[in-house]
Design a protein around this ligand. Structure first.
Ligand code: ADP
Length: 493
């Protein structure tokens, strides 16, 4: 019985590969960074060839380090930075341009033109997304416009498009499979998440030849085989990074939410068979497709999450290490009425005020370092609560617990305050590599390593549960104070 799964986790700055055994333990890991290219202000590119070779390198390294026999590997799962766009030659596999990264703003004008042809609300209804240069569609249009002869070559079938999952699967299978999974397709802004088809109106408005798009498949099935040292290993799972983390946190039921506390925070809520449109500026997207069954989710993010801790560390010099924040925050009993609103780049969901800027409120002569540090951590929890409340409002669903991961989820003070202020139980798993874990689950389900989602859920190991421990009055008083500070931070006042 084959019992190992290799997860390939292709992120924005590095490629990782993790070998898991069938008890969800990590038995091998390798990671390597790749280069970021910033050809102009606001432009971000990666070299797809470097991504492939780096990913291949860490895959073989992780397998070798694990000591696992390749013939004992049941399958490979892939998870990746989403939206990032690659176009390559069908015949040679050579990219015709660098990958345009999700962060890149170069196609803003194309997005603006698109909404003149198809209203933003219509695009949101079809794709779940509010039109933006962030998604793949306008990046693809930019490549077709700016690489000589590309449009014509694409129309004749000579060029292929893919997000990074698609590119890696094509390369790893030696060109045998030009596919993507439904979660990655859902982030291109060309995919109709209700019809589960490439959207003809959007393709037409952007003049994108359908023949260059990958076939859209489920997240847990065999797409093709990779030859590793003479052994044919199936690629059996794929999902975009955030959806993979949602699955990796075993958020299989409507109302289950995961939040990743990194530089920013990424929150996703499983909404089951429903795909509710948000009135709070959240994205509706595909959570997972297993066989013919599709689950949807709402997605929202906090721009400045752990970054506020970096700021008090690097700019204010209040702490030496991010993790020191926990010690100082617990040295005072509260912030004494101090709130920090870290709107460094504007206010995101559910406020959407890009001109707002950060502020500190409630300073008194007694405010000290401990209070400021505590208020910084609390700001992460308040902002996450705002997104959580928006999700609740958009769906009418009760929050069935919050599962957490990411660097700052290690902070026990922050997690307890999060439980208190959102009034939800917060679960932190033992393995914080939830993104890779999700891809592993998907590939393991397709290859019989795990029989069912239930088996996975039951065998997960939780590191700690933080239960709400704050009186309702106190919670409402603190949260009302936060909302008041948000109002005072908004631009145009
Ligand atoms: P990313 O994937 O966005 O680079 P990580 O998941 O590695 O982020 O988390 C790093 C972020 O978390 C940084 O902003 C850092 O300041 C913050 N962080 C890390 N450890 C802690 C901690 N113990 N307490 C608070 N913040 C932390």
């Amino acid at each position: 019985m084959k019992k190992y799964i290799v997860a390939l986790d292709e992120g924005t700055t590095s490629c990782r590969a993790i070998v898991f055994d069938n008890e969800q333990n990590i038995v091998g890991l390798a990671q390597s960074e790749f280069q970021q290219h910033f050809p102009k202000p606001g432009w971000v590119e990666h070299d797809p060839v470097e991504i492939y070779s780096t990913q291949y390198g860490v895959m073989t390294e992780a397998i070798l380090r694990s000591g696992v026999d390749i013939s004992d590997i049941a399958g490979i799962g892939i998870t990746n930075q989403r939206e990032t766009t690659v176009v390559w030659e069908k015949k040679t596999g050579k990219p015709i341009y660098n990958a345009i990264v999700w962060q890149c703003r170069r196609s803003v004008d194309i997005a603006r033109e698109l909404v003149k042809k198809i209203p933003a609300e219509t695009i949101q209804k079809k794709t779940g997304l509010l039109p933006d240069a962030y998604y793949s569609a306008t990046k693809l249009r930019w490549i077709l416009d700016n690489v000589e002869g590309a449009q014509e070559r694409a129309e004749k079938g000579g060029l292929l498009f893919g997000t990074i999952d698609s590119w890696l699967i094509w390369k790893l299978t030696n060109g045998a499979a030009h596919v993507t999974d439904a979660t990655n397709a859902a982030r291109t802004m060309m995919y109709n998440i209700h019809d589960m088809k490439w959207d003809q109106d959007i393709l037409k408005a952007l003049n994108i030849p359908e023949c260059m798009l990958p076939e859209v498949r489920g997240c847990s099935e065999i797409y093709g085989y990779v030859n590793i040292s003479g052994v044919e290993v199936p690629i059996a799972g794929a999902a975009g990074d955030q959806q993979s983390a949602l699955f990796g946190q075993a958020c299989f039921e409507p109302g289950e939410v995961k939040n990743t506390y990194g530089t920013g925070c990424f929150m996703l809520m499983n909404t089951g068979k429903e795909a509710p449109l948000s009135s709070n500026g959240l994205a509706t997207t595909i959570a997972v497709k297993l066989g013919d069954e599709v689950q949807y989710c709402l997605e929202g993010s906090v721009f400045i999450g752990g970054a506020i801790i970096q700021w008090i560390r690097d700019e204010l010099g209040l702490i030496r290490e991010s993790s020191d924040s926990e010690y100082f925050a617990t040295k005072c009993k509260d912030t004494g009425g101090v709130y920090i609103v870290p709107a460094f780049t504007g206010l995101g969901a559910p406020y959407w005020d890009m001109d707002a800027r950060g502020a500190i409120y409630g300073l008194t002569r007694g405010t000290g370092r401990n209070e400021l540090i505590r208020a910084s951590l609390e700001s992460i929890a308040y902002q996450s609560t705002d997104v959580l409340r928006a999700m609740k409002a958009d769906t009418g669903l009760e929050i069935a617990g919050l599962r957490v991961d990411g660097g700052a989820s290690a902070n026990n003070f922050l997690m307890q305050f999060q439980a208190n202020i959102a009034n939800v139980s917060v679960k932190r798993p033992k393995i914080l590599e939830t993104t890779a874990m999700g891809a592993a689950y998907l590939a393991g389900l397709a290859t019989g390593v795990w029989d069912s989602k239930e088996v996975i859920r039951e065998s997960r190991v939780i590191n700690r549960v933080f239960e709400p421990a704050m009186e309702a009055d106190e919670r409402e008083r603190l949260y009302a104070g936060w909302k008041d500070c948000i109002e005072r931070t908004k631009s145009g006042r």
